[in-house]
Design a protein around this ligand. Structure first.
Ligand code: GDP
Length: 177
C-alpha cells in the first residue's frame, strides 16, 4: 500500500492557551467523518492529546502536550521525535505572558529542537482583550532573536472561530516538503 510520509508536530504552550481547541478544530477541518467537540466538551489539556490529518501524500501527526506546570518537564521527552513545533500563546493572558516566554525560552535552548521549524500561534484573537501581534512580538523580541537556522512563522489565530487554521496547516505542510 502507498505509504504516506509522516511528520510529527508537537503542540506546546501553557494550559488554557487553546491547544486542545486548535487540535479539535484542525481535525474537524481536515479529517473526513470527524465530528468536532463543542467548546464546552473540550477540557484543558491534562496529559496528551493526539490527532492526525492526511493531506495528499503527507500525514501530520499531532501531539498536544499538557501545559500544566508539573507537565512542563515532560516536554523534552518528545522533542527528539518532533519534525515541527507549534507554540501556542493565549494573547489575552497578559499576566502569564512572561511565564509563557520562560517556557518558550526553555524549549528553544533544547539541542533536540535545533533547526526544527517553529510555528508560534497568537491565539484568541477574536477577543477584544487580545494583544496585537506586534505587541506580542515586542515582548518575545529577545527570544525571537535566537531562532537559529530554522523555518519560523508567527501567526494570529482564533482556534475557537477556526480562523488562521488553514494558514497554519499550509505552513506546516510547506515545511514538511
Ligand atoms: P489548552 O489547555 O491549551 O488545551 O486550552 P483549551 O483548548 O482547553 O482552551 C482553554 C479555554 O480557552 C477554553 O475555554 C476554550 O474554549 C478557550 N479558547 C480556546 N481558543 C480560543 C479562541 O481562539 N478564542 C476564545 N475566545 N477562546 C478560546
Amino acid at each position: 500500500m502507498f505509504q504516506k510520509d509522516e511528520y510529527y508536530v508537537l503542540i506546546l504552550g501553557l494550559d488554557n492557551a487553546g491547544k486542545t481547541t486548535f487540535l479539535e478544530r484542525t481535525k474537524s477541518k481536515f479529517s473526513r467523518n470527524y465530528q468536532s467537540l463543542s467548546a464546552d466538551k473540550i477540557s484543558p489539556t491534562v496529559g496528551l492529546n493526539i490527532g492526525r490529518i492526511d493531506l495528499g501524500s503527507i500525514r501530520l501527526r499531532f501531539w498536544d502536550l499538557g501545559g500544566q506546570k508539573d507537565l512542563l518537564t515532560l516536554w523534552d521527552k518528545y522533542y527528539s521525535e518532533a519534525h515541527a513545533v507549534i507554540f501556542m500563546i493565549d494573547s489575552t493572558d497578559k499576566e502569564r505572558l512572561s511565564m509563557s516566554k520562560e517556557a518558550f525560552d526553555e524549549m528553544m535552548v533544547h539541542p533536540a529542537l535545533d533547526r526544527v521549524p517553529l510555528l508560534v500561534l497568537a491565539n484568541k484573537q477574536d477577543l477584544e482583550s487580545a494583544m496585537a501581534l506586534d505587541e506580542i512580538k515586542t515582548i518575545f523580541n529577545e527570544s525571537l532573536q535566537n531562532l537559529g537556522k530554522r523555518d519560523f512563522k508567527i501567526q494570529p489565530i482564533s482556534a475557537l472561530k477556526s480562523q488562521g487554521i488553514h494558514e497554519s496547516i499550509d505552513w506546516l505542510v510547506y515545511c514538511a516538503k
